[in-house]
Design a protein around this ligand. Sequence first.
Ligand code: AOF
Ligand code: ZN
Length: 350
Amino acid sequence: MRRALDLAGRGWGRVDPNPLVGAVVLAHGEPVGEGYHAEFGGPHAEAVALAAAGPRARDATLVTTMEPCAAVGKQPACVAAILAAGIRRVVIAMPDPNPAMAGGAASLRAAGLEVEVGLAREEAERQNAAFLHRHAGSRRPWVVVKLATSLDHRIADQSGHSRWISGEEARDWVHWLRAGFAAIGVGGRTAQVDDPSLTVRGDTEPRRAPTRVVFLGHRRLPLEAALIRTAREVPTILVAPEFTPADAAQFGDRGVTLIPAATLAEGLGEIGTRGIGSIVIEGGGRLTGALLAAGLVDRLAWIVSPVWLGEHGIPAVRGFEVGSLLQAERWVVAERKPLGQDTALLFDRR
Ligand code: AOF
Ligand code: ZN
């Protein structure tokens, strides 16, 4: 299952909004075929692994990170392929939350196979948190906040400089991270001060460039901002409580989509409705604080670097109050990952 989970991870950036899935065929305890879902709409992990195993799949065990699909979609049903291959036992990490495809485990059992569900389930569910969120009925996308901070949780020095707090490995990792999201977001101040391009510039080429979203609040973005100038190449959305007819004309001309929304929850709901199922939001501090205060953060991807920026540095989280330790929300560690001198820590809201 560990191998299957690693294989599944290779689909990152290529399969969204479908799940990351990996599979291994074991005959007499030895791997005889493996596969993963490599491309949206392409062959499913189980089908790839079974094809690789060929006749060695007869009486073998199939280990898969997600329940095999029971229905035909863009691809044939994996349950049929498993039965045709003569698999005897199927080990599954997590059930398929997609109601259109679920029921695979039950069908396989009904056909007389030995089926086990739940091995490394937590890990599989973490890997497919965006996919689970998508099928949990929320209008808004799955929200990850990414922060790169000093040891004292500052995102910039007192004059606003943040290039670079984290090292190259961490910055490469951020490009890999971005590749798996439907959108990348920032706050209005960050967009104004940093003038970021919010594109993916790493080894992992995303299937579609993530849409860029600026949560402007009451700030305005100059028409010369990098995000506005390149809006015809990479989809760009501005979210703000209101826009004037002049905004609509100027930004509209440049290919920017404007979404009026009174609150962050409403803004996220609107972008969710437009088909954006996941977003990584990269600060700044006020947006992060407001998202936390509104309970809109599902995962925190925090890169911490061994440097001190001191009390006048810009804090990573602003305007988020917690009454007392008794009321404090405790999150769950999802992953700890060394990145050169830096460390990435992933925390999930319970
Ligand atoms: C995948 N890859 O390896 C597995 C999936 O439209 P389709 O035919 O590609 O079906 C997509 C659904 O199939 C998906 O939402 C999930 O429920 C199920 N399993 N999907 O894209 C895979 N095993
Ligand atoms: Zn399938």
